[in-house]
Design a protein around this ligand. Structure first.
Ligand SMILES: [Fe+2]
Ligand SMILES: [Fe+2]
Length: 207
């Protein structure tokens, strides 16, 4: 890694954390009506969308870290492209949090740096494992989003539309990683990832 890519990476990090994210696709559910919700329901939706927003911050950092250390330039290119696609998810969740009167997690800089380090570390191990890790991350995110669809208030159709579309995209990211040659991770690694994300989501629900 040279100084140039280090500076570019640092710049990307600052923008991910502090600049409003852009989206090319329209925000899912944008055209829908804002249904009546109680203050309690709004708070729950905002907390769940805050978790999803932090998850997207982590996804960006993971992809960026993995792209920085991927050995094969073609794989690095695909990772780079996927990381840009995740910015749309960032934009959607950020907008929805604002609409619900919530706030983003105060721990995002912390999650970002941690995920960047994990991504870069996994990238060093080798491309097959790098992609395998990515596929497993996306699968776990998909299951996590499915669980949010059972927890979000039924009348919060706007948040639901966003989560539904993100779920579809994450499945595609997992498929991409497998088709590029991702290996199946050993079971203990999957469990460790699950436990880490459980701790992170638990904390982000509040902070
Ligand atoms: Fe995403
Ligand atoms: Fe993804």
């Amino acid at each position: 890694m040279n100084l140039d890519s280090l500076i570019t990476g640092f710049d990307r990090g600052l923008r991910t954390l502090f600049a409003p994210a852009a989206t090319l696709r329209p925000i899912p559910g944008e055209e829908m009506h804002e249904n009546q919700m109680s203050a309690e329901e709004k708070r729950l939706s905002a907390s769940l969308m805050r978790i999803n927003h932090s998850g997207e911050i982590c996804a960006q950092a993971l992809y960026q870290g993995q792209a920085m250390t991927a050995k094969n330039p073609e794989i690095a290119g695909s990772l780079e492209k996927a990381s840009w696609e995740e910015t749309e998810h960032l934009a959607w969740t950020e907008t929805r949090i604002r609409e619900l009167g919530g706030r983003k997690s105060l721990l995002n800089p912390f999650w970002y740096v941690g995920s960047l380090a994990i991504g870069a570390g996994v990238g060093y191990i080798g491309d097959r494992w790098n992609l395998g890790f990515l596929a497993e991350t996306e699968r776990q995110v998909e299951r996590h989003l499915a669980s949010h669809l059972t927890r979000l208030p039924l009348q919060d159709e706007k948040s639901r539309a966003i989560v539904e579309q993100m779920k579809i995209d994450e499945v595609q990211h997992a498929t991409m990683a497998v088709s590029l040659g991702g290996a199946e991770l050993p079971f203990p690694a999957k469990i460790a990832m699950k436990l880490t994300s459980r701790v992170m989501t638990g904390i982000t629900f509040r902070i």
